[in-house]
Design a protein around this ligand. Structure first.
Ligand code: TXA
Ligand code: MG
Length: 352
């Protein structure tokens, strides 16, 4: 791929309101000219292009190295934009939008013909999301079109939640990078399929299954969201499905809190206990480790905090050249489902 001269706008720096406006307007212009822009959202950073321009959307797949058969989410900045993008908005989707849009929830609906096949990977449905991040909203409004955007990571790497992450992954590959604060939620949006009578959560996220039940009653959860709970004593790297994956070998350590700590201490000792061996601990346990690189994901009582930190922790392990990661298993609940889903995927579903 030809190297692109990437324009970087960092709104974190001490910039005036007028400069912020100029940066956002410039990013909107780049989109209207068929370019690509990385932008912040409350979940993770997105890699955007005009969702109605097939050639622009192709550039997203190129920049990410993403397989063409994985559809993109279309982002909007006003609720009424959805009407042009889908055949009809089902009643339950209206209710969910009322409750949780703008916010970390993507709804799959029957798509309208204006959305090109490049966005939907040829499916007759499209995922629509109205992000709550103020800069994301201003950017989409400035572009004056719906924005197709996957997470702005190189395919297979943890999703980016900070400006530094998108600089690492996307410099030279996109036309512009718009940086604001750290992503608040830190995990990608909840994806819910609204095309069947009983809507189905395909990917757990910031809006939980219970949140959804509260509004529309019955909801199904795809087995993919929780699978597979099959402990594997022996690792088989060939079978490993890589996703959100850090570069080091990562395993989830299961058992009671006591057992987890003992297993990790034994394993770390075996490996020599240097800083290339990392422990993804929690506030409650981190004092019980003495060797290796010990990092707390946050408090077990605070799933939002742990979710917010996960991708940043995984990326920091890469930066430090960590070769082995032992991650404590987290207790499954409505509030930890999204976190566990990403944690297990990052470990390629390997457990000890
Ligand atoms: O929070 C988020 O959702 C972030 C920010 C940037 O908005 N975006 C994001 O996009 O995570 P991406 O492409 O990394 O993940 C989109 C997920 C994929 O698993 C994709 O397969 C699924 O949504 N998806 C998109 N359109 C779909 C459709 N029509 N049917 C089924 N799944 C769909
Ligand atoms: Mg992604």
């Amino acid at each position: 791929m030809k190297k692109i001269d990437t324009e970087v706008f960092d709104l974190n720096k001490d910039v005036s309101e007028a400069e912020k406006k100029r940066a956002i307007a410039r990013c909107g212009e780049i989109i209207r000219n068929g370019g690509t822009v990385v932008f912040p959202t409350e979940t993770v950073y997105g890699l955007g292009a005009n969702a109605l321009n097939s050639d622009a959307v192709k550039k997203i797949f190129e920049a990410k190295g993403r397989p063409q058969d994985n559809p993109l989410i279309v982002h909007i900045s006003r609720f009424d934009m959805v009407n042009d993008l889908v055949e009809t908005v089902p009643e339950k989707a209206k209710q969910l939008a009322d409750a949780y849009w703008p916010g970390p929830m993507t709804m799959i609906m029957k798509r309208a013909a204006v959305i090109p096949d490049t966005v939907t990977a040829g499916l007759d449905t499209a995922g629509i999301r109205f992000p709550s991040h103020k800069v994301a909203q201003a950017f989409i409004a400035a572009a004056d079109c719906p924005i197709a955007a996957p997470s702005a990571n190189i395919s297979g790497r943890p999703s980016p939640t900070r400006g530094q992450h998108v600089i690492e992954d996307m410099m030279g590959k996109v036309d512009a990078i718009l940086i604001a604060d750290e992503s608040d939620v830190g995990l990608e949006s909840t994806v819910i399929d609204m095309t069947s009578d009983t809507p189905t959560v395909l990917r757990p996220g910031g809006i939980t299954v219970d949140d959804i039940k509260k509004v529309i009653g019955d909801v199904a959860v795809s087995p993919n969201a929780t699978k597979p709970i099959i402990p594997k004593e022996v690792r088989s790297p060939g079978m490993k499905y890589k996703h959100y994956a850090p570069k080091g070998d990562m395993v989830i350590v299961r058992g009671s809190q006591r057992q987890i700590v003992d297993k990790i201490n034994t394993a770390v000792k075996k490996l020599g206990g240097g800083t290339k061996t990392a422990i993804l601990a929690t506030d409650e346990t981190m004092d019980q480790y003495h060797k290796g690189l010990i990092v707390s994901l946050g408090s077990r009582d605070n799933p939002a905090e742990m979710s917010h930190n996960l991708f940043d922790c995984l990326r920091s392990f890469d930066e430090m050249g960590v070769t082995h990661i032992f991650a404590e298993d987290i207790e499954m609940s409505n509030d930890t489902l999204a976190l566990i889903n990403r944690l297990y995927k990052a470990a390629g579903y390997t457990f000890i």
